[in-house]
Design a protein around this ligand. Structure first.
Ligand code: FE
Ligand code: CA
Length: 538
């Protein structure tokens, strides 16, 4: 393996960002963990000074017959190496039809490798459709906590119901994970979608207004190295409510910006003058740490600075989820980012959040889908919300980091959905640390045109500390943007109940995230009836 200095030198000698270099680097990285594992090393009898399962267990990306089981060996989780020697360790996994493991259906072994921080990603195949399972791991003489997971219905099944929750933005310093504590008790959550900002890359900030606990790691700068990204992920996952909720049901995760760096766009930093090569080297570290910590399939394994995370999941013929990545392939935010007019720069047809390949895949998936509900699970708000006005000209201002920064691509996507008559399009969104329900038009500035899709935006789990139910500018906001049905700035999550006839989204809020046992209430509920895009308050 090259170290960072060597990498940088090699790339510079090749004269700039060389695709060839990254292919070579990618191949080198990708060949490491899963090939040539020597059983002899892994078979050595391991003993741990203390419990190696401090980070709990997780599962994810189920389909009708398989699911990913995850854990990471870390007897000393806050040490850089987790308290592990640089050796392969054999880990036994078991999956059963019952919590007591009397009906074990499958067992096997996997290798926790030092290259991947002794994380374990097992893809268990050959399971029955649409049912719950329980799983655990063993390493040496230690046994992990038991996790619960499930498969999805068969591709051609016509399920009567789907219950899930979606979340985003869980800044560790700015609040407690009370939302997850509550979700753990909710038997009506079968799946969780995490739409990004799983960690934040910022240093420990004693001056932050809302702060209930402190980031570990560097004090004077953001995290940058693989070890630092790993340490940050570990700090978050040590929270019992977070790993507790991971153990309750499978998650589908995707990232936004803070898993790597605020408001990044592909290889472009928000900071001027950052060398794109250095930035991609850092991205490789961030993406690897993310892969290590998440219950993702092996086909997500990063190749150097690239990691394909956009993918789909089918809940029988009831719902098709298209999980997007609007960071890795996007063009730079127009107008120097920020809140800006929807001018020529913002409307440039070359601006993209998806990139050509993902956009093609998305269009293909939308026309191929046989599902009743077609769901984009993604990061930034699609509703073209006018968030303010320029003082002199009265021109509306929009967020350049969100879909208005690629307004043409956004409008073309809605037009595509409208023209192809994609059934019941729903957009799920995170990032913005506030709750929104939006009735989406091809162009949201034209409220008299037909509603094409419905967007549910979930607020943050903690980011921003305690919010408010009725923001000051609410009336103005709603007046300027008739497509917005609901907006609120409390913390929490959204729980969805989906049947062939209707989609219900419950906006569940935690009234205080700065103290333990914050009160949890359902603030509002909205329904979309099949065949009628647009949400109504219940
Ligand atoms: Fe965020
Ligand atoms: Ca974000």
């Amino acid at each position: 393996m090259f170290n960072e200095k060597e990498l940088s030198r090699i790339i510079r000698n090749e004269g700039g960002v060389s695709r060839r270099f990254f292919m070579a680097y990618s191949a080198a990285l990708a060949s490491l963990p899963f090939l040539g594992v020597r059983a002899s090393a892994a078979d050595r009898k391991v003993t741990f000074a203390s419990n190696p399962f401090t980070l709990g267990v997780a599962s994810g990306d189920p389909d009708a017959t398989s699911v990913v089981l995850w854990t990471k060996l870390a007897p000393k989780p806050t040490d850089p190496d987790g308290g592990m020697k640089p050796e392969h360790v054999k880990v036994v996994w078991e999956i059963a039809e019952d919590e007591k493991f009397t009906k074990e259906v499958r067992t096997g072994t996997s290798i926790a490798s030092p290259q991947l921080g002794h994380s374990v990603h097992v893809e268990v195949e050959g399971l029955k459709n649409d049912r719950w399972y329980w799983y655990r791991f063993r390493a040496g003489d230690a046994t992990s906590p038991i996790g619960r997971t499930r498969t999805l219905p068969a591709l051609n099944a016509e399920p009567e119901k789907l219950n899930f929750a979606f979340v985003s933005c869980q800044h560790y310093e700015q609040g407690l994970y009370t939302a997850y504590e509550h979700m753990m008790k909710d038997e009506n959550i079968d799946l969780v979608f995490h739409l990004g900002d799983y960690i934040y890359e910022y240093p420990n900030n004693p001056k932050a207004l809302a702060r209930v606990r402190a980031h570990s790691g560097p004090k004077d700068r953001k995290i940058q190295t693989l070890d630092e990204y790993r340490e940050r992920h570990v700090q978050y996952r040590l929270d019992p409510a977070l790993h507790g909720m991971h153990a309750k049901c499978p998650w589908f995760v995707t990232w936004d910006d803070h898993e790597f760096d605020n408001n990044y766009a592909n290889d472009i930093s928000e900071k001027k003058g950052v060398d794109p090569i250095q930035f991609l080297i850092q991205r490789a570290a961030a993406y690897q740490a993310y892969y290590e910590m998440m219950p993702l399939r092996k086909n997500c394994l990063p190749k150097g600075p690239d990691m394909k995370i956009y993918r789909k999941a089918s809940f029988g013929r009831l719902a098709e989820f298209l999980i997007l990545d609007t960071r890795q392939y996007r063009t730079d935010q127009p107008n120097n980012d920020g809140i800006r007019p929807l001018n020529e720069e913002a409307l440039k047809p070359t601006n993209t959040l998806l990139g050509k390949e993902q956009r093609g895949w998305l269009q293909k998936s939308l026309i191929a889908s046989q599902a009743e509900w077609n769901v984009l699970a993604q990061q930034v708000m699609m509703g073209m919300a006018q968030l303010g006005k320029l003082k002199d000209t009265d021109e509306g201002l929009y967020s350049m980091d969100q879909w208005p920064g690629a307004a043409q691509e956004r409008m073309d996507l809605m037009k595509f959905i409208q023209d192809r008559k994609v059934p019941n399009p729903i957009v799920l969104t995170g990032d913005i640390h506030s709750n929104w329900v939006n009735n989406l038009h091809v162009d949201d500035r034209q409220p008299d045109t037909p509603v094409v899709a419905t967007e549910f935006v979930a607020t943050s789990i903690t980011s921003g500390g305690n919010g408010i139910a009725k923001p000051k500018m609410l009336d103005e906001l709603l007046k300027a943007n008739p497509f917005i049905q609901f907006h609120n700035r409390e913390r929490g999550y959204v729980r969805c109940t989906v049947t062939p006839e209707k989609w219900v989204s419950d906006y569940i809020v935690v009234e205080d995230v700065l103290k333990p046992n914050g009160k949890v209430v359902t603030r509002e509920s909205f329904v979309v009836e099949s065949g009628k895009p647009g949400a109504k308050k219940i």
